[in-house]
Design a protein around this ligand. Sequence first.
Ligand SMILES: *[C@@H]1O[C@H](CO)[C@@H](O)[C@H](O)[C@H]1NC(C)=O
Length: 764
Amino acid sequence: MESSSGAMALPVMLILQLSLMGVLLVVLAAADQALLPQALPGCTDRCGDLVIPYPFGIGEGCYLRQEFQITCDQSTQPPSANWTGTDIRIANFWLAEGELQINSYTARDCYDQQGEGTYHNSPELTLVPPYTISDTKNKFIAVGCDTYAIFTGYRGEERYVTGCMSLCNSLGSVDGSCSGVGCCQTSIPSGMTNRTITLSSYNNHSDIWSFNPCSYAFIVQEGQFSFSNTSFQELIVTEQLPLVLNWAIGNEPDPCDAAEKRQDFACNKNSKCVNHNNRNGYVCECLPGYEGNPYLPDGCQDIDDCKDSNPCKIGKCVNSPPGDYSCLCPKGYRNDVMDEKICIKENPKNQSKITLLLIISLSVSLGFLGMVVGISWIYWAMKKRDFIKLKEKYFRQNGGLLLQQRLASHGMETAKLYSAEELEKATNYYHASTVIGEGSYGTVYKGILPDNKEVAIKKSKIGARAQSDQFVNEVIIVSQINHRNVVRLLGCCLETEVPLLVYEFISRGTLSEHIHKETKAASLSLGLRLKIAAETAGALSYLHSSTSMPIIHRDVKATNILLDENYTAKVSDFGASRLVPLDQNQLSTLVQGTLGYLDPEYLLTNQLTEKSDVYSFGVVLVELLTSKVALSFERREEERNLASFFVRSIEEDHLKEILDDDIVDDGHVDETLKNMANLAKRCLRLKGEERPTMKEVATELDGMRITIMHPCGKADFGSEETENLETNDVALKGDYGSSSTITSTTSWYDSMQKQMLMPYDDGR
Ligand SMILES: *[C@@H]1O[C@H](CO)[C@@H](O)[C@H](O)[C@H]1NC(C)=O
């Protein structure tokens, strides 16, 4: 023992030198650990300077299991902590990782100059569970220039073999690393319980004997052996090198979740159980922020962060579990805003600096946010402004400003300016189901305003834009008309590309629908027809004379006379006809039959007078009498134009045949019918000046109404009225009969009609 101790002195120093840092750390760790109890109460926790932590222990009742029993051999210097019953000395215990360090022999194979070898195999190291050789902390290393080394180990029954070889002629430039020149290293498998090292050489070191007579092989803790060009000499005297072993609680696989439930679970307060790969059993670790021995009954203790040093620097450190502390600042200091662990002088200047910093960072982020919001708002606003601008453009274009001005100056509230949105909502965005009329002029929608008022909204076709002044004029004039037989214009909307007109809604639709459709025709008696005719005439008469400025409807026809609930006639669509430039839509206007109503004189001269309306009204009157449409291509050529056909029929005394059977009483043509027919004929005179005025027509029709409403009163007016009518009749007959020019005009008219219809005839 003595001699070996002396022989060991050099290697120990060498190891110390090699592993100065590691040893220093170990010493520091041991010093730290020593502050907390490591052994069970009443047990010694030391063997010499080495701390023996529980579950290891010296003496009965001081260790957890038999395999952790330690014998402290005081006979050696320093005293050695051996596994009880072995001469294996434990150099270090590491609780947290479940590791310990022993010193292990090196194997060597040495030759003399003659090539005679002496093989010094290291004693076989056989470990009992739970101990295994750490695969992560150790390396298998072979040193020599004619060397191959084999490691053999067992995991249970399974045998594993690994190794390395190194051949060299000179040491060359050995740079202190074990990388193949004079030294090779390899990892070992995990969980080895047995270590056998076999060493061999190829040429008995014969060529390299002068500088390398021996081969060496060993398993050593990584970092505890550094190869250098002096290693060959030094290793001759080095018998043992540190080796790291693993240990754990339990000799066989023992998952933590199962172990935790058992009575003998070894991990105590503030600790956790850990299973390591390829190791049996489990180990205990202190939770973060705690320290001490997790295997002791009291478990791990909170780390007092304030004990060793004052992390607060200025101020008092107050430990607060787990693993944290706070700083109580002295007077005149306060905790830093950013870091509570720092005390700073309560300096207004400083404070303002921080406040300024805060304000700057805050305002920068707020500014950025504001910018984002602002940009999106501007974008939105620009979009909105574009939309508003467009609306304003339309408003101006449609004469909105002028209208506003005029309405203001007239102090009128009759015409209202509706917003585009309002009307969109009223018609469910101009949904197809709300369409109540369609024509070349545009489309009429039924709308329901927020106050549940039903309205008809007329939307002109795009391109049929009115001259704004004229349009405004019309809106003003029409909105001024307050006649019970004129559809009331409630207002308009000028914010859309084409102006929208809002009228009162008339429930029964157009006269045309009533007299030209089989089912409805039956419901209109002669009395009703006369009423409608009289009311229409009254309205037109009013338009021509009553208002300050005569209004010529220009488009009197059955489809423009609406009937309300009580079959009261409502003239509509006047003035608005100007919205439809005739020069553009002439053809379509023809097709739709307005030609049947057109004053031939107006067609010829382009001179628009009130008498044009009289002519058109005459056609309507004929329609009321015959229930035939004004113009139909389905009829024989000479009958296509109702007006001329009707006039001819009267002249040829075929009136009865052309009249609607429903209103002809028992085959004899009623006096009233005759009068109406004659009135119609007069309205249809080719020369405007020969036609009666609307006022005269209205008066006559009113007279006829009274006659049929009060048949007995016929005698009262009778003589005079009848006489007048007869005189007129004679005059009429005379006009047509005596004037040859008119006859020629008539034929010109017919031929012109034919000419205009030619394309359609050809087309068929
Ligand atoms: C303990 O181990 C050391 C080193 O291996 C050895 O010298 C000593 O004899 C051992 N003591 C006992 C009691 O086995």
